[in-house]
Structures are given as structure tokens and as C-alpha cells.
Design a protein around this ligand. Sequence first.
Ligand SMILES: [Zn+2]
Length: 115
Amino acid sequence: MSETKQQCSAKVQRNRRCSRDGVVIEDDKSWCKQHAPSHVKAWEEARDARWEAKWAAQDAAVAKAERIKAAEAAVVEAAVAWREARSPTTLVNYLVVAVDELIDARKAAEKGTAK
Ligand SMILES: [Zn+2]
């Protein structure tokens, strides 16, 4: 990068160049601050990082919802097994474990949405 007085080398529309003065030289061409390849690359990386963060948040939300759904199914399964058992006292522990997991899954989901 170095100082220059030439016009920016960027093409902004079909056959039209950016009208701003070049203030940096990169790849042997002059560029305004917006169109300097290093600035464009940094901007694109920042944009990609924002998208990655958004997708990661969406994936996390889906994972939390799936965890709650699985925990609810496990509670129902444990409750039915407990109700149908000949010795329900031995199966009540499975029901307690399933309910605890459902409570934890719901708490984890609430934490995630409280921004
Ligand atoms: Zn420019």
C-alpha cells in the first residue's frame, strides 16, 4: 500500500469505473478505500462471519428444540412403562430421570433465547 492521486481502478457498473480518487496502491493499481482488494476481502470475511454466526445460532436453536422433543417423548415412554409395570416402584426412577432431562432441556432453551 502507498499513496497515489490516480482514479480508483474498480469497475462499479458495466464499463464504468469508480469516480473516487485512488488513495492506496495494491496489485499495482490505485484504489479508493472502499474498493481496495484488502478492504474488499476484509469486508467479505466479516460478512461471512456474520452469516456463520447466524447459521450457528439457528443450528443451536434447532438442537435445543430437538432435545426438548426427545425429552418429552422419553417422559411419556417412562410414564407409560411406570403405569403398566407390575412393580411400579422400580420404574419410578426412570420417570424421574426422564422428567429431570426435560426440565434441564427447557432451562437450556430459555437461557439461549434470553438475549
Ligand atoms: Zn473505488
